[in-house]
Design a protein around this ligand. Structure first.
Ligand code: T3D
Length: 254
């Protein structure tokens, strides 16, 4: 259900239930969680790339998973929250290649990418209210931060289906790439990140997410702490040395 493939420092993860538009089930979410945990443990993996198999990225929760029964929503959501914690706290940079429709929790997962590319045929819909639910998988946290409160209200309450170009204009994705080049370009980008200063990337993500709930004073304090951590990495030493020696840096991810 989640294909894993290592390519030159990048772990490529593919949501693989194409016959169901990669709709999310408990089993798929657990596999995704395990794959992210393995990426953290593997020093040979310096970036992760997430995409979907077939014509969709992910249609969100598989609405047929529980048949006629209602799940225990709180327990059910813990399966999602575990994955969101793993994505937002991933120890490597995360690139997401949105190859087709991304809906509901599928859209939420896509937004957790540090860099998000989309094919022209990708679409984005929050979908939750369409089935009488509230946003989950971190959507209520991330969406207003990405697009502002007014737009988040519109996207969550009216749930339009946005094209890739509309998503680009809103900052939901960083770039739209022709479908035939999407994976090539996403992989090249992930490989560039895989050669970069891994801790600096991850600590930057942490700062960007944390500062929303901090005062300026607290944000400055956190910057100082995390700068201390980045400053102790070999990659920082190498970056400065390479600058002085007028050559490209050779970062090791530590
Ligand atoms: O409830 C809880 O468990 C709590 C957790 C919630 C998290 C969530 O993610 S809630 C949101 C769940 N997702 C949705 O509501 C999205 C539903 N799907 C769509 O809106 C559209 O299908 C898409 C925008 C994703 C794609 O549209 P399109 O036109 O490209 O395809 P389609 O024709 O609508 O769907 C193709 C098939 O996939 C179709 O099956 P069929 O008729 O060919 O047999 C459709 O029923 C099926 N499908 C699409 N989404 C889902 C799905 N099957 C199961 N679960 C889905 N989410």
């Amino acid at each position: 259900m989640v294909l894993k493939e290592k390519r030159e420092g990048v772990l490529l993860l593919t949501l693989n239930r194409p016959e169901k538009l990669n709709a999310l089930t408990g089993a798929l979410l657990e596999e995704l969680y395990q794959a992210l945990a393995e990426a953290n443990q593997d020093p040979g993996v310096r970036a992760v790339l997430l995409t979907g198999a077939g014509r969709a990225f992910s249609a969100g929760q598989d609405l047929t998973e529980f048949g006629e029964e209602k799940p225990d929503y709180e327990a059910h959501l813990r399966r999602y929250n575990k994955v969101v914690a793993a994505m937002s706290g991933l120890e490597k940079p995360l690139v997401v290649a949105v190859n087709g429709p991304a809906a509901g929790a599928g859209m939420s997962l896509a937004l957790w990418g540090d860099v998000r590319l989309a094919a022209p045929g990708a679409t984005f819909t929050t979908a939750f209210v369409r089935i009488g639910l509230v946003p989950d998988s971190g959507m209520s946290f991330l969406l207003p931060r990405l697009v502002g409160l007014a737009k988040a209200q519109e996207l969550l309450l009216l749930s339009p289906r946005l094209s890739a170009e509309e998503a680009l204009a809103l900052g939901l994705v960083h770039k739209v790439v022709p479908a035939e080049r999407l994976m090539e370009e996403a992989l090249a980008l992930a490989q560039t990140l895989a050669q970069g200063p891994t801790r600096a990337y991850v600590l930057t993500r942490k700062l960007l997410l944390e500062t929303y709930r901090l005062s300026l004073e607290e944000a400055l304090g956190l910057e100082a702490i995390l700068q201390g951590e980045a400053g102790r990495t070999l990659d920082h030493e190498e970056g400065v040395r390479a600058f002085r020696e007028k050559r490209p840096p050779r970062f090791q991810g530590r």
